[in-house]
Write a protein of this length. Structure first.
Length: 331
């Protein structure tokens, strides 16, 4: 979907979307989420200002002007957030995403487009939703997944899961790997992360072994001689994200690990968790390895050991035993 030059949008919204794509280098999916949130907000503001009596989804915002935008106050934004909760049933996380979208939009209008003199979201006081601990496989479960993949008679599928569990790369990064990105001399490979940021991922012996065995099979296929991609589909072209997801889902099912909410992204969490719990990886090292832009994103892994300790204490069979003696019985 391309909304960058839509006649259904006011010019300032189209310009914002172009800025997010060209300057901020945001992913298409992220831009679409921002667009959906901002469009809903503008429809809400338009209805409040002009009282059309229409459903928000039917409101045409193409004629909204800069003057309309300049009238927006922090009270309007609070009312909108209340509307999304009360009328649309948005939970904390959905509302917080809308707030993030609006902050980005108004920051652009003030700092880049110079359409408004003051950003009405700058004093917005909204609590950040609690972030749950990431789901991940235990070491035992990870070994079982690898054993299952190794028995599936597919060097490609085994190599894919090995890279996920050892390198903590994203799905898009794995699918985007080209053969030329691999450096066996230095035992590392180059991946393209979010916002087209390149980073180096170092390969341990398990990864090198899996890659070399897979490449023997891949390179013996004359139909892919001109294909740069590392991982190839049965149609002899770059494997799709969805196919990789299916491979992981099928292997999890065969390993009897399905139903735990594990996805390709959760395998990334698993890699980070194992390196933090069993290796010498500190938070800064994990930040670089995972390609996080902020250390606050990485810090969630530092809480995993504390949570495991808490769970162990809570699972003690004596944890629910309470004394029958009250203070009244004491001398």
């Amino acid at each position: 979907m391309n909304n960058y030059n839509s006649p259904e949008n006011p010019e300032f919204l189209n310009n914002y979307l172009v800025h997010m794509k060209i300057v901020k280098l945001l992913a298409q999916r992220t831009i679409e989420e921002y667009y959906t949130d901002i469009r809903l907000f503008l429809r809400y503001i338009y209805e409040n200002q002009y009282n059309t009596g229409k459903n928000l989804e039917d409101i045409d915002i193409r004629d909204m002007t800069v003057s309309d935008i300049r009238k927006i106050s922090i009270t309007d934004i609070y009312n909108f957030i209340f509307y999304t909760s009360d009328e649309r049933g948005n939970k904390d996380r959905a509302r917080y995403r809308k707030i993030s979208s609006l902050r980005s939009f108004f920051k652009y209008l003030e700092k880049v487009a110079h359409i408004i003199e003051s950003d009405p979201t700058k004093d917005l006081d909204v609590p950040v939703p609690k972030t749950g601990l990431p789901k991940f496989l235990s070491l035992k479960e990870s070994l079982k997944l690898l054993e299952t993949a190794d028995n599936a008679d597919s060097k490609r599928d085994y190599c894919i899961i090995t890279l996920f569990l050892n390198c903590g790369m994203r799905l898009s990064e794995l699918v985007g790997i080209n053969i030329r990105d691999i450096d066996f001399t230095e035992n590392r490979l180059k991946v393209l992360g979010k916002r087209s940021k390149e980073r180096m991922v170092y390969l341990n012996p398990a990864c090198i072994d899996a890659l070399q065995k897979y490449l023997v099979i891949r390179n013996n296929n004359p139909k892919v001689a001109s294909e740069p991609a590392l991982f190839i589909s049965n149609q002899n072209r770059r494997i799709s994200k969805r196919r990789v997801q299916q491979i992981v889902e099928d292997t999890l099912q065969k390993a009897e690990l399905d139903g735990k909410g594990i996805t390709t992204h959760k395998l990334r969490h698993t890699a980070a968790t194992l390196m933090y719990q069993y290796g010498d990886a500190d938070v800064l090292t994990l930040k670089e390895l995972l390609g996080h832009s902020s250390i606050s994103t990485t810090e969630i892994y530092t809480h995993l050991n504390d949570e495991n300790v808490r769970n162990a204490v809570e699972s003690n069979p004596l944890a629910r035993i309470k004394s029958d003696n009250s203070d009244d019985n004491k001398d």
